[in-house]
Design a protein around this ligand. Structure first.
Ligand code: AHR
Length: 613
């Protein structure tokens, strides 16, 4: 039985408790949330981004055309342009199966072009079945200028192609096609269905832009002269201003990122969906497969200054240097930044913390109201994590970002993780977590776990499932919360769980107590949590019964979890010649009775809770 005492005061739950974590992984930005339909619009794809790329990736040439990198370029940050021969054309294939257009909807084309002797561009939308919109003609003359045309789709197609043909020689760059309809109809906006799915969660915050994306490359030179080089770190200043001046870059996840979805757009999205923006800046120590820390003090100082400038970009008056940059982009009012993360999953806790302290001191001196969030490194359940936490505690950090990806059973077993966290220590930002899968049982295990987060809402202040988005044809990481391709998007079970929690955030925890043995009654086919109960050191006298009440497994185990865990999986002998086994790949626990084929049983688990837990 569960006893609830409505008069007791549990922890207050912040409205911002549950949020989302957006990282440009799985083509979450270009070919995803960023509504641009043209892939490789500025001809900047490079083998440095991905071994299979060329500057003409996603483009087909009719006649003569070559990508040129010379002083005739559009600007210093947009190195390549297309030199198109007289009577030639180029055709873009977009993402996935092609450019998606919907009958009756409008699409805005734009291109930067140069044709000293003048030329006429014919711009068309078509698929293999024929035309998708009336072609448009654009007269080009003289040096670089931006030209525009609008289409209304006459048919719906998932396989559209954008073609640009030129009567005379012309140079082209930044060839773009946007649906007129974007989320909240913002310019340079977001794909409506994806943004609406995010908005429907009613997230309390948006953590961005990563993830591993944040620190990687942060030790590289990023002087202005190097800003077209690949594998620079993700620098917020590279991602603002006119899109044709945002130098594209290699993405940590193995593709090119246009930065069309940049810091201004992240802040705007957060505002549009009523969420707190929570940017993460590089700490100049890498994790994510690299273990390096910079000794370049000047570089560190520059990143610290960039972080101060970022706060000014978000919050400063329109008269300040960076506030002016924000106002120029269309947002004179501040974005109300209150929290900022420094670093992501650093594997060198001491090196990280020494640098974190410098960031924190500089931010505190200028912006004492900003909460600076530190990191715990990857949750390796070992020394890195423990050392990081110790340093964070000793250093009186406000909040620590934790990350972990584990089996559903782990999430069930560790519901009490935060019950014992030091209430006087730093608060927790659970910046990334997910059980390994998008199945129903994964959502369920996360829901169970989230009750533990909520019970500890006095210490766990923010939590976000990760990653948020995945284009099904370009996946680097799974599971993910929202899936999509060029024509549709769909929610995972995990999404529904997040939505349930985010749209029903309570004000205060009502303390409750389980006064009898936990009874996972009802069918738990596939034994969700069976091994959880059984292996948890918190339980003795475990009994597993089938639906008809016959005992399949029982033992007191004397609280010796090791008897059960072993490798954490495997077979255990039980009565009647049956045995319980966890499938190593799926972590589904099944019962079989001398039959090698897996069978689903309705299982009921009873266990005595050990005292003291
Ligand atoms: O969410 C995917 C990745 O997992 C993130 O980039 C990184 O922080 C973590 O390791």
């Amino acid at each position: 039985a569960i006893t609830v005492d409505p008069s007791a005061q549990g922890a207050a739950i912040d409205d911002t408790m549950y949020g989302v974590f957006f990282e440009d992984i799985n083509r979450a930005a270009d070919g995803g949330l960023y509504a641009e339909l043209v892939q490789n619009r500025s001809f900047e794809y490079s083998t440095a981004d991905n071994g299979s790329y060329t500057p003409l990736t996603s483009w087909a040439v009719g006649g003569t055309a070559e990508v040129v990198n010379d002083s005739g370029r559009l600007n210093a940050r947009n190195r390549n342009y297309l030199s198109l021969g007289a009577g030639s054309s180029v055709t873009n294939a977009g993402y996935n199966t092609g450019i998606r257009v919907d009958q009756g909807k409008r699409y805005d084309f734009s291109v930067w072009a140069r044709a000293e002797s003048g030329s006429t561009l014919t711009v068309s939308l078509k698929d293999t079945a024929g035309t998708l919109a009336t072609a448009r003609q654009v007269a080009v003359k003289g040096g670089w200028a931006k030209y525009k045309a609008t289409f209304t789709a006459t048919r719906t197609s998932n396989r559209g192609r954008l073609a640009v043909a030129s009567t005379n020689a012309a140079a082209l760059d930044e060839a773009s096609l946007f649906p007129r309809e974007t989320y909240k109809n913002q310019p340079n906006g977001l794909r409506k269905d994806l943004a609406e799915k995010i908005a429907a969660l009613k997230p309390g915050f948006v953590r961005f832009p990563g993830g591993c994306l944040v620190n990687t490359g942060s030790m590289e030179d990023y002087s202005e002269a190097s800003n077209w080089q690949r594998k620079r770190s993700y620098q917020w200043k590279d991602t603002i201003g006119p899109v044709e001046e945002r130098a594209t870059n290699s993405n940590f996840w193995g593709y090119n990122q246009s930065y069309g979805l940049g810091y201004y757009e992240y802040f705007r999205l957060s505002e549009d969906i009523g969420a707190m923006p929570l940017p993460v800046v590089p700490a100049l120590v890498t994790g994510c497969g690299q273990n390096k820390a910079t000794d370049d003090d000047a570089l560190l100082k520059r990143h610290i200054q960039d972080t101060l400038d970022l706060i000014e970009f978000a919050n400063g008056p329109a008269t300040s240097t960076w506030g002016k940059a924000r106002a120029k982009m269309g947002h004179p009012k501040p974005f109300h930044l209150t929290h900022i993360g420094v670093g992501n999953e650093e594997n060198l806790p001491k090196e990280f913390f020494a640098r974190f302290q410098q960031f924190r001191a500089a931010i505190a001196a200028k912006y004492p109201d900003i909460t600076v969030i530190s990191n715990s490194g990857p949750d390796d359940a070992g020394t890195t994590f423990d050392t990081a936490w110790q340093l964070n505690r000793e250093g009186k950090v406000d909040m620590v970002d934790e990350h972990y990806y584990n089996s559903p059973n782990w999430f069930l077993q560790n519901n009490d993780r935060y019950d014992s966290y030091d209430r006087k220590g730093p608060k927790v930002f659970l910046g990334e977590y997910a059980s390994q899968g998008n199945a129903w049982k994964n959502g369920l295990s996360e829901a169970a776990y989230m009750t533990g987060l909520e019970r500890n809402a006095d210490i766990v202040k923010l939590a976000s499932y990760a990653p948020l988005l995945a284009n099904e044809d370009y996946v680097q990481w799974r599971p993910d919360m929202i899936w999509f391709n060029n024509r549709a998007s769909w929610n995972s079970a995990n999404y529904e769980v997040q939505k349930l929690f985010m749209t029903n955030v309570g004000d205060r925890v009502v303390p409750s107590k389980a006064t009898t043995t936990p009874d996972v009654s009802g069918p738990i086919t596939g034994a969700v949590g069976l091994s959880t109960w059984a292996t948890s050191a918190a339980y003795d006298d475990v009994k597993v019964t089938s639906a008809d009440g016959s005992t399949l497994l029982s033992d007191d185990f004397s609280g010796d979890a090791s008897k059960w865990t072993g490798s954490g999986r495997g077979s255990w002998s039980i009565q009647d010649g049956s045995y319980v086994q966890t499938d190593a790949a799926t972590e589904n626990t099944m019962v079989t009775a001398g039959d090698p084929a897996w069978k689903d049983y309705d299982l009921h688990v009873k266990a005595t809770k050990k005292s003291g837990k």
